[in-house]
Design a protein around this ligand. Structure first.
Ligand SMILES: Nc1ncnc2c1ncn2[C@@H]1O[C@H](COP(=O)(O)OP(=O)(O)OP(=O)(O)O)[C@@H](O)[C@H]1O
Ligand SMILES: [Mg+2]
Length: 280
């Protein structure tokens, strides 16, 4: 379905050293599957995702969707091909002075649906899928973060895409709302057969949603594995970055606590000291 062949993206801003954001990446995403891309900030995840719909045209390499190389298409053919690729952006990217319904309709306008009646019908259908039909007339400022993210999903779905690209779809959400949004994505994948590529730095998202995982570091895919392996206690990624990403929790060194913050009778020592209700 999606085939990236030796894709590189170099940003060469005037007077600055060029940055290779994506470095010779090849990746196959089978039809109907959910591909996760994980890595630290600056690894090149968003750039790679934007390479798939040529929102960021790669400097080198091919991007094939269903066998068609998008990099070879003229502007009009590319516009047509993009109809089958929806995108959910990092942050919500909603237009604040348009209502929810108008935001969803906007993507249909851009994709060339000229008549307003079919635009309205398809916007309503997409809002139905994310259970936000009752918010059609609301403005983004009147919505919660999770609702905004669902509008972004509806907007991406309105053009009835075959491929859905999601950039950190849940990074601004609390765990409960994250679960809701991930469930929508899983449902869309299963019921509509949409191929999904999801970029995240959260291993929980990878575990819950994806079939295949690619780990990115410094523009390269350094490791891949099947997501179900994450549920095997004996599984350990082969790269140190992969291992770090699957290790749970954040570990920080706060040094020895100052004496006057300890409950009386306890002194700082090299041995961990159990403090009721606090850290060890
Ligand atoms: N338009 C641009 N011009 C110049 N450099 C860019 C541009 N977009 C991205 N970069 C650089 O490319 C590298 C990869 O950026 P990218 O946004 O793809 O990372 P990311 O993995 O999505 O990070 P994050 O997790 O923080 O979103 C970074 O070093 C970034 O500074
Ligand atoms: Mg990013």
């Amino acid at each position: 379905m999606i085939s990236l062949c030796n894709v590189s993206t170099v940003f060469a801003d005037h007077g600055k050293d060029p940055i290779t954001a994506v470095d010779d990446v090849s990746l196959e995403v089978p039809r109907g599957s959910i591909q996760g891309i994980i890595g630290f900030s600056g690894a090149g995840k968003s750039t790679l995702l934007r390479n798939i719909n040529l929102l960021e045209r790669p400097t080198r390499g091919q991007v094939l969707i269903d066998g068609t190389d998008l990099t070879q298409l003229n502007e009009e053919a590319l516009r047509q091909a993009r109809h089958q690729i929806g995108m959910i952006f990092q942050g919500f990217n909603l237009v604040n002075n348009l209502t929810v319904e108008q935001n969803v309709e906007l993507s249909l306008k851009f994709s060339g649906v000229k008549a307003s009646a079919p635009r309205r019908a398809r916007a309503a259908e997409a809002l139905e899928i994310v259970e936000l039909a009752d918010k059609a007339a609301a403005y983004p400022a009147q919505l919660s973060g999770g609702q905004k993210q669902r509008v972004a999903i509806a907007r991406a779905l309105a053009t009835r895409p075959q491929v859905l690209l999601c950039d950190e779809p849940t990074s601004a959400l609390d765990p409960f709302t994250t679960a809701t949004v991930l469930q929508y994505l899983a449902d869309i994948n299963r019921e509509l057969g949409i191929t999904v590529v999801v970029v995240t730095h959260e291993m929980e998202v990878i575990k819950a949603l994806t079939d295949h995982v690619a780990v990115m570091e410094s523009g390269r895919i350094v490791e891949r594995f099947a997501a179900h392996q994450l549920h095997d206690p004996a599984f350990s990624p082969s790269t140190s970055i992969g291992q770090y990403l699957v290790s749970d929790g954040i570990r920080i060194d706060r040094g020895a606590p100052p004496l006057d913050t300890l409950p009386s009778g306890l002194e700082s020592s090299d041995e961990p000291v159990a403090v009721a209700g606090g850290r060890a």
